[in-house]
Unconditional design. Structure first.
Length: 680
C-alpha cells in the first residue's frame, strides 16, 4: 500500500456510519496497524516507510516528519479526498502514546516517537511538533462541520499538563476492543441509560464490574492510581455517552458473562405535583432505549407472586406500571430495596434500584412533561426535587440551605411514610456526606427533537432541532441572537426562517461572556425536486386546482378515485417480521409470520428484521416500475395516515447506500419523506 491507501484504511476504521453522532477516539497501537495491513501482507515497518514518503505531493520535499504532515494538510479539501490525508500522521503520534501499556505517562513520549522514526530515543520536543495542533483542529472541523458527525465526532480537548502531548495521549484512554465490550459491563452491572451518575458512583460501578472488560492500564486510571485527573474525567464522560446510546442488548457475537441474554431496562419513579390540591402522585415507568413490544410487557417480580403490565408510550418510556388493582404504587411501597421484574416471553428485564435518597428533575428534557422524573445524579443548574428517607433529613436540610439558590420542604399529601420531599434550585456545591448529592463535573449541549436525517446532525428545514443544556448554566445563542427558552420543556427553541444548507452553530455563553460549549448542524430543504412536474400533477390530481403554481396533494373523496387491483402476493421470503408501507399515506401494516394477509394494496417499502435486533430498509415492489410507486393521495383513515408518516420518518434511520443501489430509488424515497412532512 502507498501512504494514501494506509491513510484511508485508518480513517475508514475510525470514521464510519456506525460511529455517527458518537465521539471518535483514535486509539492506535501496533496490533491495529498489523490488522489493517494484514490483507495486503504488510506490517508496521511498511506503514512507517509510507509515513516517511507521504502522499504524492510531498514525496520530493525535504522536510521533518511534522513539516511533511503540515504539507499533507495544505489545501487538501480542494484535492477532492473523502478523508483528511493527514490521518496517517495522527496515527503515528497516537501510536507513540500507546507504546507503554502500563501507565499514562507523558514524560517519555518524545523518546518513543523518535524510536518509531528510527532516531535515538532522546528527550525534548520533536521539531515542529507544536504545529501539529493544526491537524487535530482541522480534524474536529472536518468531523463536526464538514461531515456533521455523520461518520463520528472528534473532540479536540487538551488534557494533561502538556498542551501538545496531551492530545495524542487523550486518544488512548479506551481501546476499541474495550469500547466494544462495554455492553457486557452495562449488562452485568444492570446499568441503563441515561447515564446520570456522578463521577464517584460511576467509578465505583466500573471498577467493581470491569475486570473482564478493561485493561490494567484503564483500571489504574479508574482507581485513581494515575495522577492525570483530566484523562479520568474524559474516560468517564466517554463511558456515559456509550451508556446513553446503549439499547440494553448485547451485540451479536458477544456472549453475556452470566449466560443470560435479556434486554435490560430501568424502572424509574415519577412524581406529579398537584400544586392546587397540594398532593404528590407517585408512579413507576420503564425507561429504555429499545422499542417496546407492540403487545406490551407482562412482567413478573422475581421471587414474588406479583405481575405488572405496561405498554410503550412516548419515545423511551412506557406507560405507568399497573397491576390488576390499578397503579403499581402506594405510599407504603418499599423504596429502600431493589425490585426485579422479568418478561421471559419478550426476553425483557426491568430493575428498580433501592435507595434512601432519590433525585428528580423536570421531565421535559426527558420527554415526560408535567412530571418530575428520577435521575441518578445532580446537575449544577436547574430545578430538582429530592425524596429522602427520614434518617438523612438533617444532613440534607443543612446542605440545601447553605449550598442551593433555593431549597424548601414540600408538605404534600401522598408522600410515603418515613420519607420527606424537598424542592430546590441551582445547587452550588456537592454534599460531602452523601455521595449521591455530588454534582457532576462536566456538562454538554445536545440537539434533540426535530426530523433528523440518519444519526448525524442534519435535519429537515420543516422540523429543526431544539437545544438542551446538561449540567451547564448559560445563555444559548445563534448568530448573536439569544434563543427562546421554553420553561415547560427546558429546551431552547430556534426562530423561524433558519438558513438552509448552511452551517448553523449554536454557542453557549457563561456569565463572563465566555463561549463554553457549542453544537453545529445543518438544515436541508424539505421539499422534493420533481423530474416530471406534469406527471406529478397528474398523479396528485393537482391539475384540478385553480392556481397554476400549486403543488401538493389535493384530497378527493375515495369514491371518486379508482383503486387499482393489485396482485396480493408480497415478499414473505424477506423476513419473519416486517413493517410494510404502500404509496398512499395510510397504507401500512406490521406483518409477522403469523399474520393473515388481508389487505388490498401493494407494498413499496419494507423495514425488515434480520437477526435479533437489526433492521434494514429495502424497496420491495414486485412487478411494478419505480415510476408507478411515487406517493399518491392519502387514504381516508386518519390514524393510518399518521402512522404511515411516523413509520416513514422512523424507517429513514435505517436507510443506507445499499438501500439506494438503483439511482431512481433515492428520488423515490425522497418523495415519501416529503409526504411525511406534508411538503410535497
Amino acid at each position: 500500500m502507498n501512504y494514501l491507501e494506509w491513510n484511508d484504511k485508518i480513517a475508514q476504521y475510525f470514521f464510519n456510519e456506525s460511529m455517527a453522532g458518537r465521539e471518535v477516539l483514535l486509539y492506535i497501537d501496533r496490533q491495529l496497524i498489523e490488522e489493517l495491513g494484514q490483507e495486503s501482507n504488510e506490517n508496521l515497518d511498511d506503514f512507517l516507510k509510507c509515513i516517511f514518503t507521504g502522499p504524492w505531493w510531498t514525496e520530493y520535499k525535504r522536510s521533518t516528519i511534522c513539516q511533511k504532515a503540515l504539507l499533507t494538510m495544505h489545501n487538501w479539501r480542494k484535492r477532492g479526498y473523502m478523508y483528511p490525508p493527514y490521518m496517517g500522521y495522527l496515527a503515528l503520534f497516537v501510536l507513540a502514546a500507546s507504546m507503554d501499556n502500563e501507565m499514562f505517562s507523558e514524560i517519555a513520549y518524545y523518546p518513543k516517537l523518535r524510536s518509531l522514526l528510527g532516531e535515538a530515543p532522546t528527550s525534548g520536543q520533536v521539531r515542529h511538533f507544536d504545529q501539529m495542533f493544526e491537524l487535530w483542529a482541522d480534524l474536529e472541523i472536518w468531523s463536526r462541520d464538514d461531515k456533521l458527525e455523520e461518520l463520528g465526532r472528534f473532540n479536540l480537548t487538551i488534557r494533561g499538563n502538556n498542551r501538545h502531548v496531551g492530545i495524542p495521549f487523550s486518544q488512548t484512554i479506551l481501546s476499541d476492543k474495550e469500547r466494544k465490550k462495554l455492553p457486557l459491563l452495562f449488562n452485568k452491572a444492570h446499568m441503563v441509560a441515561p447515564a446520570t451518575q456522578n463521577d464517584n458512583i460511576l467509578r465505583s460501578i466500573l471498577t467493581t464490574n470491569g475486570e473482564d472488560v478493561f485493561s490494567q492500564k484503564t483500571l489504574r486510571l479508574l482507581r485513581g492510581q494515575e495522577s492525570n485527573s483530566s484523562l479520568l474525567l474524559a474516560l468517564l464522560n466517554l463511558i456515559r455517552e456509550e451508556l446513553d446510546a446503549w439499547d440494553g442488548t448485547l451485540p451479536d457475537g458477544i456472549a453475556p458473562l452470566n449466560g443470560e441474554r435479556y434486554l435490560n431496562s430501568s424502572i424509574k419513579l415519577c412524581i406529579d405535583l398537584d400544586k392546587v390540591n397540594k398532593r404528590a402522585k407517585f408512579t413507576f415507568r420503564i425507561q429504555s432505549n429499545n422499542e417496546f413490544p407492540e403487545e406490551g410487557l407482562t412482567l413478573k417480580r422475581k421471587g414474588f407472586n406479583q405481575i405488572v403490565f405496561c405498554k410503550g408510550s412516548i419515545i423511551n418510556w412506557s406507560t405507568e406500571l399497573r397491576n390488576q388493582q390499578g397503579l403499581y404504587f402506594d405510599p407504603s411501597s418499599d423504596l429502600l430495596h431493589d425490585l426485579h421484574f422479568e418478561d421471559d416471553s419478550a426476553n425483557w428485564r426491568a430493575r428498580f434500584k433501592g435507595n434512601s435518597l432519590r433525585i428528580f428533575v423536570r421531565g421535559g428534557k426527558l420527554g415526560l412533561q408535567n412530571h418530575y422524573v428520577e435521575v441518578e445524579g445532580l446537575d449544577k443548574s436547574g430545578q430538582f426535587v429530592i425524596l429522602a428517607h427520614s434518617e438523612l433529613t438533617g444532613i440534607i436540610h443543612t446542605w440545601g440551605q447553605n449550598e442551593c439558590e433555593r431549597f424548601e420542604k414540600v408538605n404534600y399529601e401522598g408522600i410515603p411514610s418515613d420519607w420527606v420531599l424537598y424542592a430546590g434550585m441551582n445547587a452550588r456545591n456537592s454534599c460531602p456526606q452523601i455521595e449521591a448529592l455530588a454534582i457532576r463535573s462536566e456538562g454538554r449541549v445536545r440537539l434533540v427533537g426535530g426530523m433528523r436525517i440518519g444519526k448525524g446532525n442534519v435535519f429537515y428545514h420543516s422540523s429543526p432541532p431544539k437545544v438542551i443544556l446538561e449540567n451547564i448554566r448559560g445563555s444559548v445563542r445563534w448568530n448573536d441572537q439569544q434563543l427562546t427558552y421554553n420553561s415547560e420543556t427546558e429546551q431552547w427553541e430556534f426562530p423561524n426562517l433558519l438558513p438552509v444548507e448552511e452551517l448553523i452553530t449554536v454557542k453557549v455563553y457563561n456569565e463572563e461572556e465566555q463561549n463554553i460549549a457549542k453544537a453545529t448542524f445543518q438544515l436541508i430543504p424539505s421539499k422534493i425536486l420533481l423530474r416530471d412536474i406534469n406527471l406529478y400533477l397528474h398523479r396528485t390530481r393537482s391539475f384540478e386546482r385553480d392556481s397554476s403554481n400549486f403543488i401538493g396533494v389535493y384530497p378527493i373523496p375515495e369514491k371518486d378515485f379508482m383503486i387499482k387491483s393489485y396482485d396480493p402476493s408480497f415478499p414473505r421470503f424477506l423476513s419473519f417480521e416486517m413493517i410494510l408501507i404502500g404509496k398512499r399515506p395510510g397504507q401500512i401494516i406490521h406483518w409477522t409470520k403469523h399474520s393473515v394477509f388481508n389487505w388490498n394494496w401493494h407494498p413499496v417499502w419494507a423495514l425488515i428484521k434480520h437477526g435479533r435486533n437489526h433492521w434494514g430498509l429495502i424497496f420491495c415492489s414486485l412487478g411494478t416500475g419505480v415510476d408507478e410507486c411515487f406517493v399518491e393521495e392519502p387514504t381516508e383513515e386518519e390514524l393510518g395516515v399518521v402512522q404511515w408518516k411516523e413509520a416513514v420518518i422512523y424507517m429513514n434511520n435505517f436507510a443506507t447506500s445499499d438501500t439506494f443501489s438503483f439511482p431512481l430509488l433515492k428520488d423515490l424515497w425522497q418523495s415519501y419523506l416529503g409526504a411525511a412532512t406534508n411538503e410535497y
